[in-house]
Design a protein around this ligand. Structure first.
Ligand SMILES: Cc1ncc(COP(=O)(O)O)c(C=O)c1O
Length: 386
């Protein structure tokens, strides 16, 4: 008998990796498949981590994160949201991805259900499955003009096994930014039904227009409510390879969070945490410049794809992805593979972001504008001929 869980045997790569792994080494492909830019982490952040490494920060440290980093996170939340978070609520276990797993471990068990606001980043569904729980998808409504959450539909999906709701805003892949009203309604639903909330806010600084940061559930929820707010350094400070993020959790869970951090990773990489401090304390100019680049690129994508006869595309309000529906395409994975081969553009297949997305593709527009422009030329040429 095979002792490996059938759930594990059945795990498949996401529709991002399935496309990308076939052509990762092909230098002619413009990579719009992953959620990152082509900007190396700013110098001053790298220097801070190098200094820490050179001064011997190579040992085990606090599993919930180095105190100076947790202090810097406390100051950061005070500065950007005006919130005074109790230090017991702040944990830096490793990456944001790891925080997603830990939040899932806190709320889910075999047989329980979680509502996933879709389209969603595929790893959340996989985390739920790994934990033996069941994902229940509730898709955002499309248009007119923007994606929006039908709160009645979300409420109707709650059943006797529902334990939690997962919502990601600003959203990967749609670029939807949840309004304060939508947040209130979701929190209210959680309160009425005794549900936990996983709020993935890793794109909190990646949004367009004048608003910054995006509205956070931290501004609404009490410190003992079962609300898990996840965040990280990857997306605002170009630190995807650092695997560094944080989570804000109910205050009374300080000790369990220390144990979970210990057993999942025994804390984040010691010297990387000093890069995190530098990002929080000196990274505002970078955050602003990167936002400006992404906004320019968003406008370029809208100008090139928004009116294309084959494309239906709602204007992203945040994050750095476009999630168009391509008319006449029913197998997005086949289309993405063709785009790699024939147009040398790396995309992600829509099906991987939840049900109802087979005709969609996702493209990340965070790379340098000239490269994005070249990719859009090739993509529109492909759309004109297939
Ligand atoms: C919605 C969302 N949450 C979490 C993550 C994971 O972020 P990190 O790379 O910091 O682990 C990503 C990465 O793409 C994401 O898109």
């Amino acid at each position: 008998m095979n002792p490996v869980r059938s759930t594990i045997e059945a795990l498949e790569l996401s529709g991002i990796a399935k496309v990308a792994l076939e052509a990762l080494e092909d230098a002619d492909v413009v990579p719009l498949w992953f959620g990152e830019s082509d900007i190396v982490t700013p110098d001053f952040i790298r220097e801070a981590a190098k200094r820490a490494l050179d001064s011997g920060k190579t040992f085990y440290s606090y599993s919930r994160g180095h105190p100076p980093l947790r202090d810097a996170l406390r100051d950061y939340h005070r500065r950007i949201y005006g919130l005074d978070l109790h230090p017991d609520r702040i944990t830096v276990p490793g990456s944001t991805m790891l925080s997603v797993m830990i939040a899932g471990q806190c709320l889910l068990e075999a047989g329980s259900e979680i509502l996933l606001v879709s389209p969603f980043w595929p790893n959340i569904r996989t985390v739920v499955e790994i934990l033996g729980a069941r994902p229940v998808e509730v898709r955002l409504r499309e248009g007119p003009g923007r994606w929006w959450l039908d709160i009645e539909e979300l409420a109707a999906a709650i059943g006797p096994r529902t334990r939690a709701i997962y919502v990601n805003s600003p959203s990967n892949p749609t670029g939807w930014v949840m309004s304060r009203e939508e947040q209130r309604a979701v929190l209210d639903l959680c309160r009425r039904h005794g549900l936990g909330l996983i709020a993935d806010e890793v794109y909190h600084r990646n949004l367009f227009g004048n608003a910054d940061p995006a509205p956070s559930f931290l501004e609404l929820a009490g410190e003992e409510e079962p609300v898990f707010v996840l965040n990280g350094f990857s997306k605002a400070w170009a630190m995807t390879g650092w695997r560094l993020g944080w989570m804000i959790t109910p205050r009374h869970l300080a000790e369990p969070m220390a144990v979970l951090a210990e057993c999942n990773n025994t804390g984040a990489t010691a010297f990387a945490q000093y890069g995190g401090i530098a990002a929080l304390t000196g990274g505002e100019d970078f955050v602003r410049a990167f936002r400006a680049r992404c906004q320019r690129n968003r406008d370029l994508v809208m100008a090139r794809l928004g009116d294309h006869p084959r494309v239906e595309l709602l204007r992203p309000e945040g994050a750095f992805y476009a999630f168009p529906r391509i008319r006449g395409i029913t197998d997005g994975l086949a289309f993405c593979r063709r785009a790699v081969r024939e147009a040398k553009v790396g995309l992600a297949a829509g099906y991987t972001f939840g049900r109802g997305n087979d005709s969609h593709i996702r493209l990340c527009f965070a790379i340098a504008t000239e490269r994005l422009e070249a990719a859009l030329d090739r993509l529109t040429a492909l759309l004109d001929r297939v």
